[in-house]
Ligand binder design. Structure first.
Ligand code: HEM
Length: 268
């Protein structure tokens, strides 16, 4: 069997595929968080960053396709391995002891994985396509007017003399709706739980979790997961509580975002 066929057919090969694609996806979510935290700086910061990514054109599409392939392979490997494990173990494997011995995060890998998948689909419809924005924006901001443009509900803004996509206002408006923000917080908590066990077992698959390193690696994974959760929580959390307010600006979208945040703060 060739090396490539072995990678896809053997269970060790698929475990490796799952760990390698998981590593790439962890890199993406960590980088995405660092990029998103620019929401707390001047609007030009995150808008300039989003504009830079958009300007990559075909390279951006290659990265997107690569990420999609990673998600597909990761899910496929997890599914086939889980099915084979169940078939090999038989019914008595579901004994109480096994259940009690497994840590919370590892016990719910399938469930948290499914929620993360559903979240990604919603998130793409929310921020990348803008398709899921209409409902939440109309509730929070009845006066909101569709502007069209690059995005389905585009927010063009002039930053440093150049018209760019206004990601800053889009995120503030997106999180102006408390139900949307709460859904993000729950999804991020479950994603963190998924990472907690996933990164740990990735080290195991790569043969790095030996006796010498196990404790240290576990601490690194715990710290990383905590920082990841708090960083992500900060964005909808700060907007939901009114701790972060949109910077005073001149665009219609920013004014609406400011109005939405103060309205939801008054309602509370
Ligand atoms: C508070 C948390 C988050 C915020 C504020 C946020 C914000 C955004 C924004 C604004 C975009 C669209 C960028 C654009 O069209 O210019 C985006 C795209 C995306 N986000 Fe998030 N995100 C968050 C969490 C996540 C998480 C946890 C994941 C993964 C599980 C994720 C995965 C993605 C993906 C895959 C894209 C599409 C990237 C692309 O179109 O190239 N995001 N996010």
């Amino acid at each position: 069997m060739s090396l490539l066929a072995n990678l896809f057919r053997s269970s060790i090969g698929r475990k490796f595929l799952m760990a390698a694609t998981g590593l790439i996806l962890v890199g993406f979510v960590a980088g995405h968080l660092v990029g998103n935290l620019q929401i707390f700086a001047h609007p030009d910061k995150i808008n300039g960053y989003a504009h830079f990514l958009q300007s990559l054109g075909p390279v951006l599409w290659l990265v997107r396709l690569g990420l999609l392939a990673c998600v597909g392979l990761h899910v496929w490997a997890a599914l086939t391995l889980a099915l084979e494990n169940t078939a090999a173990r038989g019914p008595e494997a579901y004994g109480v002891n096994r259940w009690l011995n497994a840590a919370l995060a590892s016990r719910y890998m399938k469930h948290t994985g499914i929620v993360v998948l559903v979240f990604i689909i919603y998130h793409l419809a929310h921020f990348t396509l803008g398709a899921a924005q209409a409902g939440s924006f109309k509730t929070a901001l009845p006066e909101y007017v569709m502007t069209g443009g690059f995005h389905l509900l585009g927010f063009p803004v002039v930053a440093q003399g150049q018209v760019v996509h206004d990601v800053y206002s889009m995120v503030f408006l997106g999180f102006a709706h408390p139900v949307v923000s709460l859904c993000y917080i729950v999804a991020i908590a479950l994603l963190t739980l998924h990472l907690l066990h996933g990164v740990d077992s990735m080290f195991q698959t790569f043969g790095l979790r030996n006796q010498r390193w196990a404790t240290g690696l576990r601490r690194v994974v715990l710290l990383f997961s905590l920082a990841y959760f708090l960083g992500n929580l900060a964005i909808p959390g700060a907007m939901l509580t009114g701790l972060a307010r949109p910077a005073p600006g001149t665009t219609a979208a920013l004014k609406l975002a400011a109005a939405a945040v103060s309205t939801s703060a008054v309602q509370r």
